[in-house]
Design a protein around this ligand. Structure first.
Ligand code: NAD
Ligand code: ZN
Length: 367
């Protein structure tokens, strides 16, 4: 049953994100309008396959579709040149045509890799996303960024490539580890903080219930998040300006993630949660934002069980390390780091090269 629909309208393609319950078991029916041939390649990972591959395959069998399945290892390492190459070769061995469709069933790792393979295999095949983590549902399923990691950094090779359609089955969240759900929720909160105070207030009221498993509320939050990202992205598809607001909390967050050594002890969304608190605190110290607003952000995140301070991570961090890590961030213009700061909840803005001493003091207070 489809509960919500979000239309993503971009220069190179428009597509619909359908959000609802039991969409995986009715996949073939829902996808039929988007298929140009009766052949599908379903790519998933070893954690997702045991839960969701059978219902997807059954629906395809009932619709007489010809399906090949590839199950990849789970984890960020799968977004690599070597997995890219082996997936491309595996798919080529099936002699695909340019009308056959790839289906990405899994989290952001599968979505990013399969999207990039779809963009380049035979110079471009249609693909459909079935995101199964909250993060991939509210973030990577909108905007068309696909890609893999390199030894020089994450997401450095890829393409902007839009899917034919996205099907978000909220039932898939029932098997997602709670910690992963919370990490995805950080990005949901981010949309409220960027430009939608009303949504943030709604989350203050409903966040704890939706995290406990209220599906209708979850569907609404996902839909609102996708709409919000679609809006920002359609105004700035290739990241010239406004899209940078989506990095709220990410400059601080990435610095914390890097300091934790990407050893799995800190999830991306956990870094973002702390990072958003730091961005609001820094905004207070820079005289941009009232203290009450920063307190309100931290209060909500904490009430949901999220990390809000650099001291919350399971590592001893140094302020200098974090400051140095920030200087390495991708988002640097003419030698100055562009920070996403805020004048209040729902009032984010870009600030080039804010007072570095204030940034450092903000970090020290959070340690
Ligand atoms: P992920 O794909 O690694 O999934 C997290 C873990 O949950 C994995 O172990 C996975 O196997 C497991 N899993 C997935 N769905 C499950 C389910 N329903 N039940 C049980 N387990 C399940 O990670 P993620 O957080 O979804 O995505 C992170 C990736 O997304 C990063 O590589 C990041 O760069 C990328 N990303 C891309 C964009 C974009 O715009 N393209 C945006 C944000 C993030
Ligand atoms: Zn993020």
């Amino acid at each position: 049953e489809i509960l919500e629909r979000v239309f993503v309208d971009l220069a190179d393609r428009s597509y619909t994100i359908s959000i609802g319950s039991d969409l995986i078991p009715s996949f073939a029916e829902l996808a039929s309008d988007h298929l140009q041939s009766d052949r599908l390649f379903i790519i998933t990972d070893e954690n997702v396959a045991p839960h969701y591959l059978s219902p997807l395959l059954e629906s395809c069998a009932a619709a007489h579709l010809h399906v090949e399945t590839v199950i990849l290892p789970a984890g960020e390492q799968t977004k690599s040149f070597s997995q890219y190459e082996s997936l491309i070769n595996r798919l080529l061995s099936y002699k695909p045509s340019r009308k056959d469709c790839l289906v990405a069933l899994g989290g952001g790792v599968i979505g990013d890799l399969v999207g990039y393979v779809a963009s380049s295999l035979l110079r471009g095949l249609p693909f459909i996303q079935v995101p199964t983590t909250l993060l991939s549902q509210v973030d990577s399923s909108v905007g068309g960024k696909t890609g893999i990691n390199t030894k020089y950094g994450k997401n450095l090779v890829g393409a902007f490539y839009q899917p034919e359609a996205v099907f978000i089955d909220i039932n898939s969240l029932s098997t997602l580890p709670a910690r992963e759900t919370l990490a995805g929720y950080a990005e949901v909160v981010k949309y409220g903080l960027i430009n939608d105070e009303t949504f943030f207030s709604w989350l203050e009221e409903n966040g704890p219930s939706l995290l406990k498993g209220d599906k209708d509320l979850m569907a609404q939050a996902i839909s609102k998040s996708c709409q919000s990202k679609a809006q920002v992205v359609s105004e700035d598809e290739r990241e010239g300006g406004k899209r940078a607001l989506l990095n709220l909390g990410h400059t601080f967050g990435h610095a914390i993630e890097a300091a934790c050594g990407y050893d799995g002890t800190l999830l991306h969304g956990e870094g973002v949660s702390i990072g958003m608190c730091l961005a609001f605190e820094a905004s207070v110290h820079l005289g941009l934002c009232p203290q009450e607003e920063a307190d309100r952000v931290a209060r909500h995140l904490k009430a949901c069980g999220m990390m809000t301070r650099a001291a919350d991570v399971p590592h001893t961090l140094e302020a200098d390390t974090l400051v140095n890590n920030m200087a390495q961030d991708k988002k640097i213009e003419a030698g100055e780091i562009v920070f996403v700061l805020a004048e209040g909840i729902g009032k984010s803005l870009l600030v080039k090269g804010p007072d570095s001493q204030i940034i450092k003091t903000t970090i020290m207070r959070s340690l």
